[in-house]
Design a binder for this molecule. Structure first.
Ligand code: NAD
Ligand code: ZN
Length: 359
């Protein structure tokens, strides 16, 4: 039997179920002397759910525009605005999709660790635990609610890389499937596929462990039930997806993604595609590494009439080619997980560009 070895970092408190968003006011009222910093997707600016939050004087809300995914520059600018308030915040609360949850995690981390967010992109670089963080996802699939990373793009260096650290795990999460009702169908599918892709990459990799495998298998079972059903957004499917996303995030915390994520990250850096749609596009490029899973995924795309852009890498400039290659190959850990230590022999520049041209 292969040696079993892994480290697990879990969210401490989980509130799960329809209507659980109401628990937020109980949390706020428990410590009335605490100051809370809210980071909320701007989609919710005028929504009823936000109006019901009981705010005190020193609680502050920052609404986040998620048109672009979080960048190191954007996080550093937001941090400056938060610090300018000169308020000692006790808890940071993120309400939104993966972009907003990652922003909340990054701000929480940087309120305790000095310097730019760029300093902490990588593995185990944070020195101290951040401010107590609460995550409330409003779209399911990335697993950001349970994972130990917050992904940031640095356009200067061409890196799309997270602050991978035990300190990036939320302390508490509220999972309320009521909140995902308003997500449009294509977006719902793309983000749901992130769970599917995390789990198939994890199960096909070498850095596996029994806990991650179990989480992945359970998440995949739920994804298949959702994607094989008629209405992926039904009440029961939104509940199932919130569970699957939770499991997927737990799985990936102690295992690793594979070839799709590095290719997807490169597409995000060069063409600014959001993570989840980018994964769906990159899946096609990586189909030779996951042939059975790609066939199943294509069936789901067809069944639910999901829009996916194609032929985006037909007329690349030299600069774009260089960036696509560099931004893929920089992800050595997932690539080693999928292809072994000598992954660069398989993914030569010619091969990487050939994969991109195939989409
Ligand atoms: P997102 O946060 O980028 O949001 C996508 C769109 O959905 C936005 O337009 C947003 O306004 C909208 N939206 C969110 N909730 C909604 C709701 N309830 N109703 C209507 N619209 C809603 O979405 P995402 O796909 O969850 O997140 C992608 C981000 O997550 C990327 O930045 C990616 O890098 C990151 N990510 C992080 C991890 C992690 O472990 N930390 C893992 C995977 C991806
Ligand atoms: Zn992902």
């Amino acid at each position: 039997m292969k040696k079993i070895e892994f480290n697990l970092y879990n969210v401490k408190k989980v509130h799960f179920g329809f209507g659980k968003i109401k628990n937020l006011n109980q949390i706020l009222n428990k410590n009335i002397k605490f100051n809370y910093l809210f980071i909320i997707d701007s989609f919710f600016k005028k929504k009823k759910v936000i109006k019901t939050i009981e705010l005190k004087k020193k609680n502050k809300i920052f609404f986040i525009d998620t048109k672009n995914e979080p960048t190191t520059f954007g996080i550093d600018s937001l941090l400056k605005r938060v610090k300018k308030l000169r308020i000692k915040f006790h808890k940071v609360i993120g309400i939104g999709g993966g972009s907003t949850l990652d922003t909340a995690k990054a701000i929480s981390n940087l309120l305790s660790n000095s310097g730019s967010s760029r300093k902490y992109q990588g593995w185990d670089l944070l020195k101290k635990k951040g401010i107590y963080k609460i995550g409330i996802p409003t779209i399911s699939g990335t697993g950001a609610e349970t994972s130990k990373t917050c992904v940031l793009i640095d356009y200067k260096s061409g890196k799309k890389l997270g602050m991978n650290s035990e300190y990036s795990v939320f302390d508490e999460i509220i999972l309320d499937p009521d909140l995902t009702n308003t997500v449009n169908k294509n977006q719902f599918f793309y983000t749901a596929c992130d769970t599917y892709i995390h789990c198939i990459e994890s199960l096909n990799g070498s850095l596996r462990n029994p806990v991650a495998d179990n989480y992945s298998n359970e998440a995949l079972k739920l994804c298949r039930e959702i994607f094989n059903s008629k209405n992926i957004k039904s009440k029961i499917n939104r509940t199932k997806l919130m569970l699957a996303s939770y499991y997927g995030g737990c799985a990936i915390s102690s295992s690793m993604v594979g070839v799709i994520h590095p290719l997807s990250a490169a597409l995000s850096v060069v063409f600014k595609f959001h993570h989840c749609i980018s994964n769906c596009i990159a899946f096609k490029a990586a189909k030779e590494f996951y042939p059975l899973e790609f066939r199943e995924f294509s069936k789901f795309v067809k069944k639910h009439k999901v829009y996916l852009p194609s032929k985006i890498c037909q007329n690349l400039t030299k600069k774009q080619m260089d960036k696509l290659y560099y931004s893929t190959i920089i992800h050595s850990r997932p690539l080693k997980n999928a292809l072994g230590k000598k992954f660069k022999k398989i993914l030569t520049k010619k091969k990487v560009l050939q994969l991109f041209k195939s989409i």
